[in-house]
Design a protein around this ligand. Structure first.
Ligand SMILES: Cc1ncc(COP(=O)(O)O)c(C=O)c1O
Length: 387
């Protein structure tokens, strides 16, 4: 087998297990936005429907699935299950974290990167009413220079909010030095890893981050309506989110209305009844990723990214952001006029791409072939270079 053209796992077998891909009529290159359905994720959704239909109600089994999904997420990032809380979205998780931070004292600044997905910036800006002051770490030339944080993080900083991968052009930043800098100055580090998880080996213990969040529908092969938050055990005890509810208690099933007994673990960030059906699907999606192994997926992505960058260049397409595949997520962005029009035109040519602002993103995943990449680039070139 030519290892330049094939990954270190059975790609063809996985293609058979993803109906959209097996059908061959559409090429999904939109994983930065929504992953395709696999046999196991569909079966997981049906398992919940079947349980609901046949048992009427089975909370033990349903909550076991939520725990199982937390465990699968924990495995993905080198954490323990009790270090994970569950939400319905990244926005909600970020709000819960923000609600646990006191902006009334000496530390009022939130250092937020300009590369955050807008929702994360919005949550921090909403804290200004609570006394917070947002300072922006600038994006320049499509990336964030590590030195940009230097003048911003100081003894007035409560928390630094940084994405691992930039949703727009796939630039990734190094988290360990950032965690070190934030901690040395007494600040916490919150990381949105939505654009990297499932494609990039992440070990929260080695990185030293305080919080790491991700939803499930991009490279984790899942669906909307569920997100996970890692909270470093060393900081849990001093955090009491005001975005809370009965699942945040030490024991939700013995909780009383007049007592706020905080769970000693990250589950203090849980709030209401969890998204059960979504947890079934999320668990199955993350099992795909964990069973293949993120390191193998990452190695394949670097080769796909090289093909995208070089193939884009040879077709006269204009890359947005870095061309260093070691510093890129699985998404490669090209500058286009009318990105949504280009996305629609590409779909008529059998390629699902993802428009965002001034760029068209091509985001393959573990099941993608070099032929998929070439076809997508041909379609993009044809659509954008029509005379
Ligand atoms: C990096 C990143 N963070 C957050 C979001 C949105 O999160 P949610 O809709 O779950 O709040 C997205 C995209 O949907 C994203 O790409």
């Amino acid at each position: 087998m030519n290892t330049a053209l094939h990954p270190d796992y059975d790609l063809l077998e996985w293609r058979r297990r993803i109906p959209l891909v097996a059908g061959g009529t559409l090429i999904p290159m939109n994983n930065c936005s929504q992953a395709p359905q696999a046999d196991v994720t569909r079966a997981a959704a049906e398992q919940y429907l079947e349980s609901w239909n046949t048992s009427g109600m089975d909370w033990d089994a349903w909550l076991e699935q939520v725990q199982g999904a937390k465990a699968e997420f924990a495995k993905l990032i080198g954490a323990g299950t009790e270090e994970i809380a569950v939400f319905s979205s990244v926005s909600e998780a970020t709000s819960a974290v923000a609600s646990a931070i006191d902006f009334g004292g000496a530390r009022r600044t939130v250092v937020v990167t300009e590369a955050e997905f807008p929702t994360v910036g919005h949550v921090w800006l909403a804290q200004e009413r609570r006394g917070a002051c947002v300072a922006w770490a600038p994006v320049a030339d499509g990336r964030i220079a590590p030195a940009a944080y230097e003048p911003l993080i100081d003894t007035g900083t409560a928390i630094v909010s940084a994405c691992h991968g930039y949703y727009l052009n796939g630039f990734t930043q190094e988290l360990a030095p950032l965690a070190e800098m934030a901690h040395a100055r007494g600040a916490l580090l919150y990381v949105d890893a939505y654009q990297t998880l499932g494609t990039w080996p992440v070990d929260v213990k080695a990185l030293g981050v305080d919080f790491l969040v991700s939803g499930n529908l991009k490279y984790l092969m899942g669906i909307p309506g569920i997100a996970f938050l890692y909270v470093r055990p060393e900081v849990v005890a001093r955090l009491e989110p005001t975005v809370t509810g009965w699942f945040g208690r030490a024991n939700p099933f013995t909780a009383t209305v007049k007592e706020l007994d905080w769970s000693p673990t990250a589950s203090r960030f849980d709030a209401g009844t969890p998204p059960v059906m979504n947890a079934y699907v999320a668990r199955a999606g993350m099992q795909i990723i964990n069973s293949i192994g993120v390191a193998k997926i990452r190695a394949w992505h670097e080769r796909l990214a090289r093909r995208l960058i070089e193939g884009g260049r040879s077709r006269g397409l204009v890359l947005h952001g870095t061309d260093d595949v070691r510093r890129k997520t699985a998404s490669t962005a090209f500058v286009v006029a009318d990105a949504h029009g280009v996305e629609a035109a590409m779909r008529t040519r059998g390629v699902i791409a993802s428009a965002r602002g001034p760029v068209l993103r091509l985001a393959p995943h573990f099941y993608s072939t070099m032929d998929d990449v070439d076809t997508a680039l041909d379609a993009l070139a044809a659509v954008t270079q029509r005379a």
